[in-house]
Write a protein that binds this ligand. Structure first.
Ligand code: ASP
Ligand code: MG
Length: 446
């Protein structure tokens, strides 16, 4: 069997939902479990409504709920004109009535605890999956809607609950029985405690639901269907020739996510990766394009992508005390530790240490303490450009190619991870785009 997860943009309107149903139909013999997010920006609207209710803006809260209600009713009417119409309308009316009384309650007591907020947010996925299941049924698919709250057991940390994998595996083995020829539809994002109280896995948590279910079921694959063709070799808004990466390892994807390529949050796919279940990223609007396969280990050496992160500050300490002395770096990092400042890249020589930190970090107090160790220089307006891949050095002439591509930019720091999955360069922000473009052209052009 396999798990297909569709994000909010993939179920945002009737046309998209029809695509989703086509994709599910095409893999019906693989016993699909379909996990759906809330439609479009519904979760944001629910969040706004809960906040408005809490601050006593009753009219605003009601308007937001009216809008959510009518959006879902319109979508449902567009998709179901036959036998499913009446049961679907009844189900939507029951859900929105429950949502309205919850919001009304929050308005009365002017308090919305994280627990109440999770209850409010759950309606997005409960509504969307009700519609998707009816629409699939009306198109002849043998479809069962299963409430994810009966499958995924979490602790009571509302807003970002932690799943109990053992209890979940048990619930899944009892509550889900995917069969070739039928479709199971369930909600992403929502779960429940042992007492049956609704929780959520945190914003964007539907991917997590998909991989938790995939892991519990021992799925053949988990497919994350979204609005891009997969993970790209570079940011397509910056680099014209950016292409989809066919296959990437979990580590490499995590490295790229740090640089903002957040197609999937690495942490949310861990349950699948741990069980060696491949995770695919696919485009709902272009199902024919192959997408990106993410696996625990990548099978091939090579450069996968370039990425960058701006807003970086370079901190350099120069001190002759470092010469032939031990304990210097420990003293240095102890200061960063005390100030809770996280360091990303480090390069050392006999007399100096350079480090990068996030530009938003307040450096004043830290700098004063560092001055006790040596001369401190702080330069902001830098960025990190990073090449991600496996066994980068196996490519002959790799280093000279990189330097040729970087030229004429001024490189302030270079760091090559011992894992050989990334090479990072610190350059001026103004030079970032040029460096990215030249690196992509030289090392990633087809
Ligand atoms: N609907 C939820 C959100 O918007 C979960 C998700 O989309 O993954 O955060
Ligand atoms: Mg989403």
């Amino acid at each position: 069997m396999k798990v297909l997860k569709f994000g909010g943009s993939s179920v945002r309107d009737p046309q998209m939902i029809l695509r989703v149903i086509d994709i599910a139909r095409a893999c019906l013999n693989e016993a699909p479990v379909l996990v759906a997010s809330a439609m479009g920006k519904t979760t944001d609207a629910l969040q706004d409504a809960a906040e408005a209710a809490e601050t006593g803006e009753r009219d605003r809260a009601e308007q937001l709920i009216d809008r959510i209600d009518s959006d879902h009713v319109c979508t449902a009417k567009a998709l179901c004109t036959g036998t499913e119409r009446v049961p679907l309308m009844t189900a939507i009316a029951a859900l929105t009535a429950e949502l309205r009384s919850l919001i009304h309650g929050i308005t009365l007591i002017r308090e919305c605890s994280p627990r109440s907020k999770d209850a409010v947010l759950s309606f997005g996925e409960r509504l969307s999956t009700t519609i998707v299941a009816s629409a699939a049924r009306e198109r002849g698919l043998d479809t069962t809607l299963v409430d994810a709250r009966t499958l995924i057991r979490t602790d009571a940390s509302f807003a970002a609950a932690t799943p109990d994998m053992t209890a979940t595996a048990e619930l899944v083995s009892v509550g889900l029985d995917p069969q070739p020829g039928s479709l199971i539809v369930t909600q992403g994002f929502i779960a429940s405690t042992a007492d049956g109280v609704t929780t959520t896995l945190g914003r964007g948590g539907s991917d997590f639901t998909a991989t938790i279910l995939g892991a519990a079921l021992g799925a053949k694959a988990v497919e994350i269907w979204t609005d891009v063709d997969g993970i790209m070799t570079a940011d397509p808004r910056v680099i014209d020739g950016a292409r989809t990466i066919p296959a990437i390892s979990y580590d490499e994807a995590a490295e790229l996510a740090y640089f903002g390529a957040k197609v999937v949050h690495p942490y949310t796919i861990l349950p699948a990766v741990r069980r060696e279940i491949p995770v695919w990223v696919k485009n709902t609007s272009r199902p024919e394009s192959p997408g990106t396969r993410i696996t625990g280990r990548s099978d091939s050496a090579g450069i996968r992508a370039v990425a960058s992160k701006s807003g970086i500050t370079l901190v350099t300490i120069r001190s002759s005390r470092m010469l032939n002395a031990y304990g210097f770096l420990q003293a240095l990092f102890a200061i960063f530790d005390r100030h809770k400042v996280s360091v990303d890249l480090v390069a050392t020589s006999e007399v100096s240490v350079s480090m990068t930190v996030d530009q938003s970090t307040e450096l004043g107090p830290l700098e004063r303490e560092l001055q006790e160790l040596g001369r401190v220089e702080i330069e902001s307006g830098k960025s990190i450009v990073c090449l991600v891949g496996r066994d980068l050095f196996q490519r002959s002439g790799f280093v000279s190619e990189v330097f040729a591509a970087v030229d004429p930019a001024h490189v302030r720091l270079i760091s090559l991870g011992s894992s050989e999955i990334n090479l990072s360069l610190v350059v001026d922000e103004a030079e970032t785009e040029g460096v990215l473009r030249r690196l992509h052209e030289k090392l990633l052009a087809p």
